[in-house]
Structure formats: structure tokens, C-alpha cells
Design a protein around this ligand. Structure first.
Ligand SMILES: Cc1ncc(COP(=O)(O)O)c(C=O)c1O
Length: 443
């Protein structure tokens, strides 16, 4: 082990206050822990002055400070890179931080994003409100119409953004069609793969250049930690039109004249290095190593959980579709869903987050939800527990009536996230709560 240092004999002479801080731990010794250790550290001991200087100058890879990287987080970054077939990844404190950092790395003040009009409400707040405050414009369009996206694209457009399966309605856009249209215009295609996860879909295979995740959801899988991930496919050629991408192709004054696209150590993704060195560093949305550990542990069972959850979701969706008090089930796994064929072609299965419309007025939503015993009323998805929420008054409550209509969300739409319980118990719980709606509407 080349990293090992000789034990320092002088240490035995040190006072106990010194031992309190140093004894029993050698920063340069590899422990042989089977499970990924939690590196609960803010900083890293540099080998010497030259190493510190080179790591700061991005000339050498190495741990610098936990705001821009941590060895536990690095395992998570390598793991999601492998799962998605990417070139590199950045772990951040939340999905929201991942979307922010990914998009800011591409789009600047005065520039423009084309985004799906079927996105998680927080992403719409970010792109449509906060980015607007910074002078970044956006057009929100129907993802089933790539021609309209191309038409809205101008010389200022620097990203197209879509969810691979949207939250809450579970629609499935044609990723390849969008990717090809974006690339024809020299625009990178960014995909939020939170709901599908790599267990159901690897967006890079369908043309995504950048993939983002809220790892808080299915990747972690237990509702116990916030985390976000940005994955670079390494496919977008920033050097093809260098004047459009000065952040990657021009010498950076701040980084001593470094050109991210050409001057980094072999195997480093310029996009991830830039996102890390500039935005993770400047904005500070660092993922705690403890949370990274929880997400890593969740990922170990991702495929098993997702398989079980998607099978249960299908059973629940079939039961709901037959129910007289359900007007419509928005689950792409059902043959009646308009995206069913695309879901079969693009996904291993329809994800366990989907919605249905009550055949009743909005007044019945509250009594229905309050009657459920197994489904927890919570603003989350992808948990081991089954969850329910009313998007129009919670996750998407800041949408205007027109935005709700464009996203296909009605006042009676209810979102479910199916967990790991027995599907028969989940169906029975929904049926007993629907009986309550039947009784109330009959009275
Ligand atoms: C599809 C999607 N993307 C991003 C986010 C934001 O993730 P986080 O809550 O981890 O910030 C969410 C959160 O619900 C989401 O559902």
C-alpha cells in the first residue's frame, strides 16, 4: 500500500491532549472495512505543500475539502456513474441542488432553457421563478411535441430539460426523439431520472447528455435522507462550438488559465469538474457523508425493491381502474394508458409512482385521504412505505389553473407511491377508503 506512512515514533511523547486528537488514526492507512466507511470529515490532510497546491489548481486529483467532495460521496458518485453508464458524477445535498448545479453549469444570465410542462413542482419553481430572478428564461412545453421544442429554441438556448417519467402523472416522453432534436440544434439534453431510476431506465442509452436524480426517492428508498446526483454521459461535445460554451472551452482566469474541456487529468469529466469546482464550491450544497452512506445502502437493494414495487403498483392500478369511484388511472403499465407502448419499449416496467382521478368533487379528496390507514400522507415518493398526496394542494399547489391543466393534473387527482407492503393489503386499504367516498356521495 503505497499510501501508507511509517508510524511516527515521536508521537508516544505527546501529551494526552495531543493524543486526544491524533492517537489511533493514521490518515494514510487503508482500513479493510467491508462496508463503505463514513468519512465524517470536513477537510483532508495533504501529503505535502506541492500536493495541496496542485489539488487546488485542479492539476492533480485528490480530496480537498468536503464541500467539493468526500471519499464516501465519491463511492456514491462512482456507483451511479456505473449504473447509468456515464463518464462521471457529482453528489449533492438534494435533488433540487442537483438540478440547480447541473443547469447553472450550462445556462447563464441572458440565456434560455426549454423544459417540459410536466415537471415536479419544485423544479418548476426553480426554473420558472428563481432562475427568472437571475435573468434565465424558460419555455415550458409539452414533451410529446419535439417540433414545438425545436421551434422555441433560439441562439440563447443552452439546455432542454425533461423528466423521463413525470411526477405525478407517470407519462413517458419519447427520449430519443427529444435527444435527437436537441442535438440537431447543438443543445444538451438533461433528463431527471428520479422516478424511473437506473433500475428501469438508463437515459444515456436514449440520448441524455446529463442525468439528474433526487436520490432521496427510490435510490435511497427508505425516506431517511436527502441527496441529489448529477451524472455526465460525456457525450456532449462542447468543443464543437467553443464560442457557445466559454465555461468549458476558454481559459478560466479563476482557475489559473485552465481550460476545462482540454486541461484536466485523464478520465475527468470536464462538466462534472466544472460543476464541482464552481457551483458545489460557491453555492455550498454539500452532501453529508452520513447521508451518502444511507443512499449507498439503499442502492444495494434498488433492483429488488423496484421490482417488487412496480409489480405491486400494477396490481393496485388494475384494482383502481375497475373501481366505480375512480374516473381514470394514470399508470403507464395499463394497456389503457396512452403511453403504454412507449413505456414497454423504453422502461423495464412502469414506475411505482402514479396518480388516479377520483370520480367525485374535490371535497371528497380530504375524507378519502384521511380514511386511509396504510398509505402515509407525505410529500415524498420512492419510500419503503406507501405514500399518498393531493398534488393540487401540496406538491403542485403553486401551479396556476392553466399550469395544472397543461400538466394533466385535476383537482381530484391523487398521487400514490407504492411501497413494500403486501399489495393485497394496499388494495384493501384503498377500497375501504373509496367505500367512504361512495357512502358520502350516495348520502
Ligand atoms: C422528479 C423529482 N425531481 C427532483 C426532486 C427534488 O428532489 P429533493 O426533494 O431531493 O430536493 C423531486 C422531489 O420530489 C422530484 O420528485
Amino acid at each position: 500500500m503505497s499510501e501508507q506512512r511509517e508510524p511516527d515514533d515521536d508521537r508516544v511523547e505527546w501529551a494526552s491532549s495531543t493524543h486526544q486528537v491524533h492517537a489511533g488514526y493514521e490518515p494514510w492507512t487503508r482500513q479493510n472495512s467491508s462496508v463503505v466507511p463514513i468519512y465524517q470529515t470536513a477537510s483532508y490532510e495533504f501529503e505535502n505543500h506541492e500536493a495541496a497546491r496542485d489539488i487546488f489548481a485542479l492539476k492533480r486529483l485528490g480530496n480537498l475539502y468536503s464541500r467539493t467532495g468526500n471519499p464516501t460521496n465519491a463511492v456514491l458518485e462512482r456507483r451511479i456513474t456505473a449504473l447509468d453508464g456515464g463518464a462521471g458524477a457529482l453528489a449533492l445535498a438534494s435533488g433540487q441542488a442537483a438540478t440547480t448545479v447541473a443547469l447553472l453549469s450550462l445556462v447563464r444570465t441572458g440565456q434560455h432553457i426549454v423544459a417540459s410542462n410536466r415537471l415536479y413542482g419544485g423544479t418548476v419553481d426553480l426554473i420558472g421563478d428563481t432562475f427568472a430572478d437571475f435573468g434565465i428564461d424558460a419555455s415550458f412545453l409539452d414533451p410529446s411535441d419535439p417540433a414545438a421544442w425545436a421551434e422555441a429554441t433560439t441562439g440563447r438556448t443552452r439546455a432542454w430539460f425533461v423528466e423521463s417519467v413525470d411526477n405525478p402523472l407517470g407519462t413517458v416522453p419519447d427520449l430519443r426523439a427529444l435527444a435527437d432534436a436537441a442535438h440537431a440544434l447543438g443543445v444538451p439534453f438533461v433528463v431527471d431520472n428520479t422516478v424511473a431510476t437506473p433500475a428501469l431506465l438508463r437515459p444515456i442509452r436514449h440520448g441524455a447528455d446529463i442525468v439528474v436524480y433526487s436520490a432521496t426517492k427510490f435510490l435511497g428508498g427508505h425516506g431517511n435522507a436527502l441527496a441529489g446526483l448529477v451524472v455526465d454521459a460525456g457525450t456532449f461535445d462542447f468543443l464543437a462550438s467553443p464560442q457557445r460554451w466559454p465555461q468549458f472551452t476558454a481559459p478560466s482566469e479563476r482557475f489559473g488559465g485552465l481550460v476545462f474541456a482540454t486541461d484536466l487529468p485523464e478520465g475527468t469529466s470536464p462538466f462534472i469538474a466544472y460543476a464541482r469546482a464552481k457551483y458545489a464550491h460557491d453555492l455550498g450544497p454539500a452532501l453529508s457523508a452520513h447521508s451518502a452512506f444511507l443512499i449507498l445502502q439503499g442502492i444495494e437493494t434498488l433492483e429488488l425493491r423496484v421490482r417488487r414495487q412496480t409489480e405491486s403498483a400494477l396490481a393496485v392500478a388494475v384494482a383502481l381502474e375497475r373501481h366505480p369511484k375512480v374516473a381514470r388511472v394514470h399508470f403507464a403499465g395499463l394497456p389503457s394508458h396512452p403511453d403504454h407502448r412507449r413505456a414497454l419499449a423504453q422502461l423495464a416496467a412502469a414506475p411505482a409512482v402514479f396518480s388516479f382521478d377520483l370520480r367525485a368533487e374535490e371535497d371528497e379528496v380530504g375524507p378519502f385521504i384521511d380514511r386511509l390507514r396504510l398509505f402515509s400522507l407525505a410529500a415524498n415518493i420512492g419510500d419503503a412505505r406507501s405514500l399518498v398526496v393531493h398534488p393540487a394542494t401540496t406538491t403542485h399547489s403553486r401551479f396556476t389553473a392553466a399550469q395544472l391543466a397543461a400538466a394533466g393534473i385535476s383537482r381530484s387527482t391523487i398521487r400514490l407511491s407504492i411501497g413494500l407492503e403486501d399489495p393485497a393489503d394496499l388494495v384493501a386499504d384503498l377500497e375501504q377508503a373509496l367505500l367512504r367516498v361512495e357512502e358520502r356521495t350516495a348520502a
